[in-house]
Design a protein around this ligand. Structure first.
Ligand SMILES: NC(=O)c1ccc[n+]([C@@H]2O[C@H](COP(=O)([O-])OP(=O)(O)OC[C@H]3O[C@@H](n4cnc5c(N)ncnc54)[C@H](O)[C@@H]3O)[C@@H](O)[C@H]2O)c1
Length: 366
């Protein structure tokens, strides 16, 4: 593919951009999203789809793709070098391994696999065949997450001691295969994997303890609410909570650090940073009478001792994920979503299931 680049001095330079073609396994809701957004990624073209559902193949054909109802035919004759695996979770390993054995690079949807054993087989297969194997952890590019990550990395509020990351839904439903254990359903595998990945990618420390409670409030077979607490080696506590039936929602992010707090309320990124101002507070020696009764410790802090800052303005796009994949294949950048990181997330998930089963926290070194 030939791309024209307009340089600052109005000179036009021609650059040959290698085009990578992609074939999709499982042309459902998420795969259609990948297809639609692929046009925003220079050097990427979706050409083909395989699915076991004729209706989905019809949709893929209407969207301009060459369709296959036989996996061997797809992998042998399809015109692509990258495969996206976007089936229900229990088929991720099966198709990823098959595609890598056919010497295709693989982008797999999250959660990468059902357990660590499956993931290790996938990693082994990628090494054996010398192909890329990575996972669509697209929520590393969520704007709310990038804001919190930047605030912490720039040390705006000092050293964090608690980070709370939540996603609350109100409908109490898990759609289709997501409601079944055999398919890898449940919220820990669905949203949990994103939020754990975000946390581990933001905090550069080992996890030393995992505590988790899973609930099935409206979906009998799988977890539709969970609360997970990670203790990092510095003592930092990260709480991740996902629920499908929380009629009152809590903020998406709530962070406390030794010089301030942050709230990011929602995906629209409303919220603020509150910091201790330069004015030194004269501590009130007397008990203060509040509506909640007499207190000194919890008395409201004088306004002039606090400073409110706006959240940083950040632009972030999910398509950056595929831009990185293409750039990696062109040997220009390292891959962002690395296999070792996928392994750590899966280790946390396994410890979380274990913690729920044993009703106790699990000591670890993840
Ligand atoms: N990264 C994200 O933000 C994100 C968002 C949604 C879904 N996902 C992931 O994408 C994957 C697909 O989810 P979805 O919401 O698109 O589900 P979906 O049910 O809409 O689509 C799944 C597709 O796979 C096909 N399929 C089912 N069994 C198959 C098999 N054995 N072989 C081939 N095809 C098969 C179905 O016919 C369907 O077309 C899941 O792993 C899910 O976790 C990721």
């Amino acid at each position: 593919m030939l791309t024209l680049l307009l340089l600052s001095n109005n000179m036009v330079q021609m650059e040959v951009v290698m085009e990578y073609k992609l074939g999709i396994i499982g042309y459902g809701g998420m795969a259609s999203w990948h297809h639609r957004n692929s046009v925003k990624v220079p050097g990427l073209k979706v050409t083909s789809a395989f699915d076991i559902d004729p209706e989905r193949l019809k949709v893929a054909a209407e969207s301009g793709l060459k369709i296959y109802d036989n996996i061997n035919d797809f992998l042998t004759n399809g015109d692509f070098s990258i495969v996206l695996v976007a089936t229900p979770n229990n088929f991720h390993k099966y198709y990823s391994v098959m595609a890598m054995e056919a010497k295709k690079h693989v982008v797999c949807e999250k959660p990468v696999a059902m357990n660590l054993e499956e993931l290790d087989e996938m990693i082994e297969t990628s090494k054996k065949n010398n192909v890329l194997f990575t996972v669509h952890q697209n929520r590393r590019w969520d704007r709310d997450y990038r804001i919190v990550k930047q605030i912490l990395s720039e040390n705006t509020i000092g050293k964090p001691y608690t980070i709370e990351s939540r996603v609350h839904g109100q409908n109490g439903v898990m759609h289709g295969w997501r409601a079944y254990k055999v398919a890898g359903g449940g919220m820990l595998f669905d949203w949990g994997v994103h939020l754990i990945d975000q946390m581990l990618y933001m905090i550069d420390e080992k996890v030393t303890e995992v505590y988790c409670q899973l609930f099935s409030i409206k979906t009998p077979e799988v977890d539709d609410y969970f609360k997970l607490i990670l203790r990092f080696e510095s003592g930092l506590s990260a709480q991740i909570e996902v629920g499908t039936y929380c009629l009152e929602k809590m903020p998406r992010w709530y962070v406390n650090a030794d010089q301030g707090s942050v709230i990011v309320k929602n995906w629209e990124c409303e919220g603020k940073i509150t910091k201790a101002s330069q004015i030194v507070m004269e501590w009130e020696p007397e008990v203060v009478q509040t509506v909640g009764g007499p207190t000194r410790t919890m008395a409201p802090r004088p306004k002039e001792t606090l400073e409110e800052l706006e959240l940083p303005k950040i632009q972030s796009e999910w398509t950056e994920y595929y831009k990185n994949v293409i750039s990696y294949l062109n040997k220009k950048d390292d891959i962002i979503v690395k296999q070792g990181e996928l392994r750590r997330v899966m280790e946390v998930i396994e410890a979380a299931f274990e913690s729920d089963k044993l009703h106790q926290s699990i000591k670890c070194n993840i």
